[in-house]
Design a protein around this ligand. Structure first.
Ligand code: AKG
Length: 300
């Protein structure tokens, strides 16, 4: 699925966009199931184990920001976790032994999809080594104006940035307090059925979706089998072993000296990253509402 050159590119830039991974039928199936979930969200009025809701969600106008752990709720999502083409990409990057962690589906709906502020996944779940990545499946075309994920190439080799505000972990970087050169950011664009793979230490974010087209992104977190989490204990060894998606398991974690900051004390707003980031003091992105208000302001 990917070449030696792609592996070199991934190691240098910290991310890849791989086209044509899912068939049109697989994409259509994901879209249909996702629409069914959004339809069912009319029955809820606050965040649940399944739904993270956009501000303004109502029974009549359902607005879902994220479906949490979709692989746990529907076989169409579950099947994606061991998709042979996705695993072949990861095996080319890391070798044979790979463990899944968790999935999430960020919807970023047309006209109101919320932004996600700059962060590194590593700030949430450091491990004994950093051979961890998130795979993002594009369920829609990712275009310049529908909130495609943005990354800062090469940032996976840099520091682990402060994701705290007022002494609490908020899961986002305060742009006014960091020395990050955001002008280096690039968007990960592609057709539906493409995937992104981004390194756990890579800086990434995404703007609000102010376009008329949806941007649904099914994300899976994976790691090499010899990466052991530093800040949480697996629920049971059985469950830990069951997350191995290919190759052989080990009880001998590989250690690497890496810059680590712990996500403690925990975010005042618990829940999804959207909730955590509510306490970020300075934001990089405007929400769709803020952008709409700006457009309505009379010209000076
Ligand atoms: O949906 C996106 O654009 C970014 C996803 C992400 O970084 C996250 O959910 O942690």
């Amino acid at each position: 699925m990917i070449s030696d050159k792609d592996v070199e590119t991934y190691n240098r830039r910290g991310y890849l966009v791989v086209p044509n991974v899912l068939s049109d039928e697989e994409v259509a199936e994901l879209r249909q199931v996702t629409e069914e979930f959004v339809e069912k969200s009319r029955a809820v009025s606050s965040h649940t184990d399944v739904y993270d809701l956009e501000p303004g969600h109502t029974k009549d106008a359902p607005k879902v920001r994220r479906i949490k752990t979709p692989h746990a709720w529907h076989p169409v999502y579950e099947k994606m976790v061991k998709h042979p083409k996705i695993l072949s990409v990861l095996q080319k990057l890391w070798g044979p032994n790979i463990r899944f962690d968790v999935s999430k589906l960020n919807l970023k709906s047309a006209g109101f999809g919320s932004p996600i502020e700059w962060h590194q996944d590593w700030a949430f779940y450091p491990h004994t080594n950093d051979d961890l990545a998130a795979v993002g499946i594009m369920i829609d075309d990712f275009k310049p104006d529908n909130g495609a994920m943005m990354v800062i190439p090469g940032s996976h080799k840099g520091p682990t940035y402060d994701h705290h505000t007022n002494g609490y972990f908020v899961g986002g970087i305060d742009p006014s307090k960091s020395n990050i050169d955001f002008s280096k950011a690039v968007q990960c664009l592609g057709k539906a059925g493409s995937i992104t793979v981004h390194h756990v230490r890579l800086l990434h974010a995404s703007a609000a979706n102010t376009s008329g087209e949806q941007r649904r992104f099914l994300l899976h977190q994976y790691r090499t089998a010899d990466a052991w989490p530093l800040i949480y204990k697996p629920e049971s060894f059985e469950k830990w072993e069951a997350m191995l998606v290919c190759g052989e398991d080990t009880v001998a974690p590989r250690m690497k000296e890496l810059p680590i900051r712990l996500p403690y004390p925990p975010a005042p707003n618990q829940g999804s990253i959207y909730e955590n980031q509510r306490d970020l003091e300075t934001r990089f992105f405007k929400t769709a509402d803020e952008l709409a208000e700006k457009k309505l302001e009379p010209a000076e």
